[in-house]
Design a protein around this ligand. Structure first.
Ligand code: PLP
Length: 309
């Protein structure tokens, strides 16, 4: 069955663990006409080479990107590749979120002391917080800006700020960013959208320059925060968003402890209606914390591209 969405044929390389953990997201894409494959697939040379080494390879965002790039690059111009995060134009496109948030703050007669968003590739983070950073840089505002990431994929807090490939097969451009190394193989945590080895070059540069703080949070604590949020607000958050919620709660608790009043805004990057498997695992006591080992980062640095400056 050929995929078709408003006249477009859409082929999706979905990270295998997410394909298995998030079947309902796949069904939605299929309903809209996309053809969805569990990456690594046997459809690309790179995917086949990985499956030959390990037929149970769980995949990663870096591998899925490599497969999609290869599929487009070998299609004689028939297929185009689109990346939904990391790159500057995506971050810029998302800034509509922060521009709206600024206006909403004005309507509420408030201005945030702290803004927070989760960061996988960096697009919702950039989209939400850049508008406030702009006010910091040009208008004397002093809002603290915090990026929340998983302790199991800590590119901003543990990764090196250096040049690396955006994908595992080294087909995507080399960019300067915080990276765990393009060979990074993430553990199968339930926040698939945050399992990327690198980070938006813009977000990385802002962290490196000290304009943005980064904080790593553990899986169990993020789900605890998400469940508390659902029970108090009635909104069911995505596992990725739970990272931002965790940090927002921690900031609120710190303010309470210090006896200060703070306006804290965070970006709820998505709902969790199709992430029931993750919540099911949490409620069943099957989720575990995992801190990515620092030695693994050092090891992966051996494979960085050599860039002459
Ligand atoms: C709900 C949700 N939030 C956040 C992210 C992280 O992506 P980014 O860092 O590009 O915003 C994802 C990625 O899939 C997501 O699904």
């Amino acid at each position: 069955m050929a995929g078709n969405f408003f006249g477009l044929d859409i082929e999706v390389y979905m990270v295998k663990v997410s394909y298995d953990q998030k079947p309902y997201r796949r069904y939605i894409m299929e309903t809209y006409g996309a053809q969805v494959y569990a990456s690594p697939t046997d459809r690309t040379q790179y995917g086949r080479s990985l499956l030959a080494q390990n037929p149970n390879n769980p995949g990663s965002l870096g591998i899925a990107i490599s497969e999609a790039v290869e599929a487009a690059a070998t299609s004689n111009g028939k297929k185009k590749y689109a990346l939904g995060s990391v790159l500057n134009h995506v971050a810029l496109h998302q800034t509509v979120i922060g521009i709206e948030a600024l206006e909403q703050m004005e309507m509420a007669g408030e201005y945030p002391d702290v803004v927070i968003a989760c960061a996988g590739g960096g697009s919702n983070f950039a989209g939400f917080t850049f508008a406030f950073l702009h006010q910091n840089f040009t208008n004397g505002k002093k809002t603290r800006v915090i990026a929340a990431e998983p302790a199991s994929c800590p590119s901003l807090t543990q990764g090196k700020y250096t040049f690396d490939y955006g994908d595992t097969a080294q087909m995507a451009p080399v960019v300067k960013m915080h990276t765990l190394g393009h060979t990074f193989m993430p553990p199968g945590i339930h926040a698939g959208g945050l399992r990327y080895h690198g980070m938006s070059p813009q977000v990385s540069a802002l962290v490196n320059a000290g304009h943005v703080e980064a904080r790593a949070v553990r899986q169990l604590a993020t789900f605890e925060a998400g469940v508390l949020f659902a029970r108090t607000e009635g909104i069911f958050p995505a596992p990725e968003s739970n990272h931002a919620i965790r940090v927002a709660i921690d900031e609120a608790l710190a303010a309470k402890r210090d006896g200060v009043q703070k306006v804290i805004a965070f970006n709820l990057s998505g709902h969790g209606h199709f992430d029931m498997a993750a919540y099911h695992a949490y409620h069943d006591g099957q989720l575990e914390d995992f801190d990515y080992p620092v030695e693994a980062v050092e090891q992966a640095m051996q494979d960085l591209p050599k860039v002459a400056l």
